[in-house]
Design a protein around this ligand. Sequence first.
Ligand SMILES: Cc1cc2nc3c(=O)[nH]c(=O)nc-3n(C[C@H](O)[C@H](O)[C@H](O)COP(=O)(O)OP(=O)(O)OC[C@H]3O[C@@H](n4cnc5c(N)ncnc54)[C@H](O)[C@@H]3O)c2cc1C
Length: 244
Amino acid sequence: MAIDWQLGTVSSTRDETATVRTFTLSLPAWAGHRPGQHVDLRLTADDGYSVERSYSIASEPERAGEVDITVERIPGGEVSPFLHEVVVPGDRLEVRGPIGGYFVWEAALGGPLLLVAGGSGVVPLMAMARHRARAGMSIPTRLVFSSRTYDEVIYREELDRLAAAHDGFEVIHTLTRGQPPGWTGFTRRIDEAMLADALEPLGAATRAYACGPTALVEVVANALVRLGLPPDRIRTERFGPTGT
Ligand SMILES: Cc1cc2nc3c(=O)[nH]c(=O)nc-3n(C[C@H](O)[C@H](O)[C@H](O)COP(=O)(O)OP(=O)(O)OC[C@H]3O[C@@H](n4cnc5c(N)ncnc54)[C@H](O)[C@@H]3O)c2cc1C
């Protein structure tokens, strides 16, 4: 069934890092979503030229009538620089959604959970983490999160807060291109050994969700199969058209 376009109003924006911004979209006709789903945005120029892009929903479904999307500015891109440089609170955007039923986790599915993200791939996983926290669940959950540098860790402070609640949510960071003084975490790309360590305390019944650039998602999915997770417990979402 086709999903209709609706007009959303940008009610606020928040910078997450120097190149990543969250937009809260107020959607009076929003029917709700499941964590992991995305929306499509459509921009139309005065001459009728229009372009569409998908953005994962970052917010938990418990927030009614609005969704957050978190957009990384891709240099030279058509849509993401426009969102960063032109769109301000009060602007209206065409939105369609929620879309997707495969890359979805909600509390009723249970766990344990292994979430694996590269860069902005953390966005749909954040919807899951926020939903888990709002639902008051203590399902053992580990997020393995690859970022280039400390300053580029999206949602860093909120992730610290979620981990500090000591309700079974842990974050394992790896910083691949630069580390602050005293950094004791990982410094390499996500690989099978890192995933084996992350998976070990969670066990064989773990559900895994991996999201990010295509190359990262391929590595993670293949490694998790080799580590013994049944393929139907591994869900993937690819953001970038290239292996960047
Ligand atoms: C299901 C889904 C969910 C998504 N969710 C998010 C999200 O939550 N946040 C987010 O920031 N993006 C997300 N994306 C990516 C988003 O849809 C766009 O592809 C991205 O914003 C780039 O669009 P653009 O118009 O700025 O660049 P384009 O004009 O499409 O591309 C410009 C150049 O950048 C390259 N490029 C395109 N996308 C990427 C990328 N992701 N990484 C590196 N290079 C790229 C292209 O190959 C091209 O060379 C999602 C994609 C999918 C399919």
